[in-house]
Design a binder for this molecule. Structure first.
Ligand SMILES: CC(C)(COP(=O)(O)OP(=O)(O)OC[C@H]1O[C@@H](n2cnc3c(N)ncnc32)[C@H](O)[C@@H]1OP(=O)(O)O)[C@@H](O)C(=O)NCCC(=O)NCCS
Length: 230
């Protein structure tokens, strides 16, 4: 498996329109409906990031790439069932993971929120206790986002969205930092990453998870995609 990350940059409306011609018309329509320009850019960069990876890994041209979605909205690449991917975006970052098994990725910017309230609603008692065990407020906040991203990466790996109740499974992190989820077959592996002090990211897969995250330069990504065939 491989994990990639790229930073959001501002893109002119003219370029957004040009790049939008390179993606599926459904996705283009979805992106056009976003009122916030940053939301447009995040989603667009996610799409060209995965296209760029597919072009390189599968050696096919952009116009041969077709995505579909499962009934819970998880996108997948048509005609290549062994190629699995998942995308996540939060504020300044877009992250993507690819694997030959189902995969889930989640990135979140750490924000000051009433984490006890959110964790009380969505986390199991064990997960909540893992956070509250910390003395310092910053550490509690950080652990909250660690659990949050791990839970999301698990849900996204399963691909069933929020039809999986968030309290129906529990993330466990032991004193050696080994991470597991209480799935019956014990097939999921999880890893947490600190991208920088403001962002947590997590990956969930049936395969071993890489330690290394590949950083993609966004300007080069955009310049490169403008050379693709329509
Ligand atoms: C949609 C969901 C899959 C992820 O939402 P999110 O965390 O807001 O968004 P992310 O940026 O991580 O992921 C969005 C991407 O996931 C992919 N995606 C969409 N549906 C998906 C699904 N069912 N499974 C996996 N991936 C999915 C898409 O590529 C999407 O990108 P796009 O919108 O640009 O096409 C869903 O799990 C959700 O709504 N989660 C929020 C739950 C929550 O409130 N959690 C609180 C504490 S755990």
């Amino acid at each position: 498996m491989k994990a990639y990350i790229t930073k959001i940059i501002d893109i002119s409306e003219e370029r957004i329109n040009k790049i939008s011609l390179l993606i599926d018309s459904d996705k283009k329509t979805k992106i056009e409906k976003y009122h916030n320009k940053k939301d447009k850019i995040r989603s667009l960069i996610g799409d060209i990031l995965i296209r760029n990876i597919i072009i390189k890994e599968l050696n096919i041209q952009n116009n041969y790439i077709t995505f579909d979605k499962n009934k819970y909205g998880k996108p997948y690449l048509l005609k290549y069932p062994k190629f699995n991917f998942n995308i996540s975006h939060s504020e300044e970052y877009v992250a993507c993971a690819v694997d030959d098994e189902p995969i889930g990725i989640d990135i979140e910017k750490i924000k000051i929120i009433k984490y006890e309230e959110v964790a009380g609603r969505f986390f199991t008692e064990d997960e909540l206790n893992y956070i509250l065990r910390e003395d310092l407020e910053d550490d509690k906040q950080s652990k909250f986002y660690e659990i949050w991203t791990l839970k999301e990466s698990f849900i996204k790996c399963c691909g069933k969205g929020l039809s999986i109740p968030l309290k129906s499974f529990s993330i466990n992190i032991d004193k050696y930092k080994n991470i597991s989820v209480n799935d019956k077959q014990n097939k999921y592996k999880l890893k947490s990453f600190n991208i920088d002090e403001d962002y947590k990211m997590a990956v969930c897969s049936n395969n071993q998870i890489t330690k290394e995250i590949i950083t993609i330069d966004t300007t080069s990504l955009i310049n490169n995609c403008l050379t693709w065939t329509l």
